[in-house]
Structure formats: C-alpha cells, structure tokens
Design a protein around this ligand. Structure first.
Ligand SMILES: O=c1[nH]cnc2c1ncn2[C@@H]1O[C@H](CO)[C@@H](O)[C@H]1O
Length: 383
C-alpha cells in the first residue's frame, strides 16, 4: 500500500545539509503517489546502521562507533566536487565489499527503503567489480584477496533484490556499471549483463569521474558496441560535470538510450535541440547535483527548470542517498519548494520515467497502467 496522507519527510543524513531549520520542519511529502526511480547507486544507498553492523561483525575498525559519528564521516553537508564526492565511497566500501551476507543485505534493505519512499519500480545500479575481492584487478578498497568474484556479486545482489521484491512489493531491476577509470573491467561488465539478462539485469552504465577524461576509452566503447549488438540497454553518466561533448559522445558513439544527469547538454544548443527532438531521457538528481558541485546551488537556476519548460523527458532521482543524507521525498520536496514543481508535473515526469525504463514493452505497459490508475488519469491509446 502506498501512503496517501501527507507525512513529514525524514532525511537519513545530515539534517542541516540542504536548507535552514524552519524549512526543515515544514518539509512534507509533496507527492505521496507511486513513483519510478531510474538513477540510484546501490553502493550509494546503504544504511549507516548496516555499515556499522557489518564492520563490527567482521572486526573491521572504523573511525566511527555510532550512527552520528559515521554520518559525520560519510554525509556531505556542503557542495563539493565530483572527485571529492567519489572519494566518500572509500570511507565504507571496504566494509561491504567481499562479504556475501553484507551484499545480499544491502540489496534487500535497499528495496525496503524504496518501498517506504513510495517507489513501485526502480532500476538500481552498481559496479560488480567494486564489491568483489577476487578475479578483479586491482582488488578495490585495499582488500586482501578473497574468493568473491564480480560474477558472484551479481548473483548475490540479484538474490537480495528478488527477496526484497517479494517482501515489499516493489518491482526492481538492475544496471551494471563500467567505471570511467577502469576500461579493463568493461568487457566483463557487458558479459555479466548478457549472462544475467533474464535474472533482473536490464542495462549497462558508465559511471565514475568524467572530469578526468572527456573521451571514453576504447575498452568502454567496445563494451557498448557489444551491448548494442546483443540488445542490452544503455545509459551513460555524462554532462554531470563533464562538458556537452561527453553527452554527445555518450549518445552518438556509445549509443546511450538515456543520459545520467546530462545537465551540461544545455551548453550546446544544437545538441540539446536534437536530444529534445529524439525524446532523450535525462536522469536528473537534484540534491546530488547541488552537493557534487555539478550545478549551481541555487535551485531556481537548475537545468531541470529548463527541462520542464521544454517538456523534456526526465526523471527525478536520489543518486546516492547515503552520501547526500537524502531520500526521494526530499528530492521531490526540493523540486516543489525551490523550483515550483506541481503534482501535475510530478505525474507527468513519472509517466515519462516509466515510458523510458528498461523493462520489456509488455511490462512497461503494465507499469504505465498502474501509474495512470494511481494518478486518476485516462490513458490515451493510439487508434
Ligand atoms: O553521481 C555520480 N557520478 C558518477 N559516478 C557516480 C556517481 N554516484 C556514484 N558513482 C560511482 O558509481 C559507482 C557504482 O555505483 C560508485 O561506486 C561510484 O564510484
């Protein structure tokens, strides 16, 4: 059941990070209807308590003993840079990576958290290599070599998500990430997408620091070519902090069907017009874009305001709620409070999100039908 009453929005992270205290007390769930989320990182959506529990169980020392101390360490309070933001993962990934129970647990808990946010369909992404401790070079997060491969990571996440789906009645699919700085992993990422396409993996992504290099390495390009060849769906982080040329490459070379963030597309009017005409989907993450320094901290100047004006195809997403101390309701609240988003626009963008999701057509239609019904809208059908 989706709660239909107005409830106060509680952020999991720093209470003062996004606005002043009076705003905080007035935050409400501005759109308590079923939602679709297309851009959220599993490893950026872990519960603080889970990191503490797993660290204790595994005897891994952390510089924090309590939730408050850990929050202090992990949650961003002020806008920073994408590079610095990405450094936050190093505070806790060594706790979860390489541990079978922890990986299943974060996947399961993720679904529960989404259910509480009123999400009925979510596509969650992660790098299988970042959670492994064998058959991965280099072994990430200074872990000792173990026996958990990227392939088994995908199976464990699939299991946790499936159990979560059954327990919390949320439909969940996953996207496997290539990492910008690790082109040597990408061939295996696309192979894993192919191998697990019937077990919930729907697409490939390219994440990481696009400010380091503008052009995708050949390893990524080959992986995306293989994805196209095999009918694996494609999204790419582009134009978040990288220039419009990164978006152009994502769409024209990597054949991305959706763009992760894509804010800087607006700097190339020709490209923007072309993408509008193609109905390209932009996976917008408002709070993220402020705290990574991708966008002006003044939300009234946010690119999504232009996207809305132009009736572009976009979604609203959390990206990494652990690190941003946020929830999906908080992103909606920001859009409502600081950018004037109305319930009608929220309905419209969720319908665009569902129409741009990576489910097969019949399941996509079923999802759209659920939204139309929940929003009290009549679905127009082609004659
Ligand atoms: O906003 C983002 N931009 C680019 N990369 C990101 C962002 N959020 C997370 N990741 C990267 O994606 C990896 C797999 O989930 C994360 O470990 C992080 O390095």
């Amino acid at each position: 059941m989706i709660a239909s009453r107005v409830v106060t929005v509680r952020s999991t992270g720093s209470p003062a990070s996004h606005s002043n205290m009076s705003e905080q007390n007035n935050r409400q769930d501005v759109f308590s209807k079923p939602k679709v989320e297309l851009h959220v990182h599993l490893d950026g959506a872990i519960r603080l308590q889970t990191i503490l529990d797993v660290a204790r169980r595994r005897g891994i020392p952390l510089p924090a003993d309590t939730m408050e101390e850990l929050r202090e360490l992990i949650v961003l309070r002020k806008p920073t840079t994408l590079t610095e933001f990405l450094g936050k993962f190093a505070e806790y990934m060594h706790v979860i990576a390489g541990d079978r129970d922890a990986i299943k647990r974060i996947a399961y808990e993720f679904v529960e958290d989404k259910a509480k946010e009123g999400v009925i369909y979510v596509e969650v992404r992660y790098s299988p290599h970042f959670l492994a401790n064998c058959d991965v070079d280099p072994i990430p997060w200074n872990q000792a070599e173990g026996d958990l491969s990227p392939d088994e990571v995908v199976r464990l996440v699939n299991e946790g998500l499936r159990q979560g789906e059954r327990a919390f009645h949320v439909k969940v699919r996953s996207i496997l990430c290539c990492m910008r700085h690790m082109p040597s992993w990408s061939a295996e990422v696309v192979e894993l997408c192919k191998k697990y396409r019937h077990e919930g993996v729907v697409a490939i992504d390219l994440a990481g620091d696009e400010s380091l290099n503008c052009e995708a390495y050949p390893g990524h390009r080959r992986a995306y070519e293989e994805a196209v060849r095999c009918g694996i769906h494609r999204t790419v982080h582009a134009g978040e902090v990288g220039a419009a040329c990164v978006v152009k490459e994502a769409v024209e070379v990597l054949k991305a069907e959706r763009v992760g963030h894509g804010y800087r597309t607006l700097e190339d009017r020709v490209l923007y017009k072309k993408l509008l005409a193609q109905n390209m989907h932009f996976e917008v993450c408002p709070i993220s874009s402020k705290l990574t320094g991708a966008c002006n901290a003044d939300f009234t100047k946010h690119p999504v305001v232009t996207f809305r004006k132009d009736k572009a195809n976009y979604s609203l997403n959390t990206d990494d709620p652990l690190i941003f101390g946020s929830t999906l309701q908080l992103d909606y609240w920001m859009a409502h409070e600081h950018m004037g988003f109305t319930p009608e626009e929220f309905k419209r963008l969720n319908i665009s999100s569902a129409a741009s999701c990576f489910l097969p057509e019949s399941e996509k239609n079923e999802l759209l039908g659920k939204l139309y019904k929940a929003y009290g809208m009549i679905r127009s059908t082609a004659f």
